[in-house]
Design a binder for this molecule. Structure first.
Ligand code: SF4
Ligand code: SF4
Length: 114
């Protein structure tokens, strides 16, 4: 089991999660494409299931694999892409972002029926 970044992260990418991961297992695509959207990816091979990142994500985009909502099931395989297709990814770097408001988070989640 590993933790999974869901599409809630797409185009938000504030990287708060990257800062706290003890094993540096967040990746970002070298190129943004339809198959590799602009979001972060957790390596299931490297994630040690410590759960530290989940509460740090201001967009509430990270779930343990067993709790990923059905609407994001395809994101489990999407995250695996950073292991199976590693050449297309680089380690994610921390960048400064203003955290979203509670209203922005709720509006973003509502787009996915959450
Ligand atoms: S903190 Fe959440 S929204 Fe920000 S990059 Fe990490 S997973 Fe994506
Ligand atoms: S659960 Fe721990 S090891 Fe896995 S991505 Fe989150 S912080 Fe990193």
């Amino acid at each position: 089991m590993a933790f999974v970044v869901t599409q809630i992260c797409k185009d938000c990418v504030d990287t708060a999660c990257v800062d706290v991961c003890p094993v540096d297992c967040f990746y970002q695509p070298k190129e943004i494409t339809e198959k590799t959207p602009n979001m972060l990816y957790i390596s299931p091979e490297e994630c040690i299931d410590c759960a530290v990142c989940e509460p740090e994500c201001p967009w509430e985009a990270i779930y343990p694999e067993e709790d990923v909502p059905e609407v994001f099931t395809s994101d489990i395989v999407l995250n695996e892409d950073c292991d199976t297709n590693r050449d297309a990814f680089v380690l994610a770097e921390v960048t400064e972002h203003e955290p979203p408001s509670a209203e922005e988070v709720a509006a973003r989640k509502a787009l996915f029926g959450l």
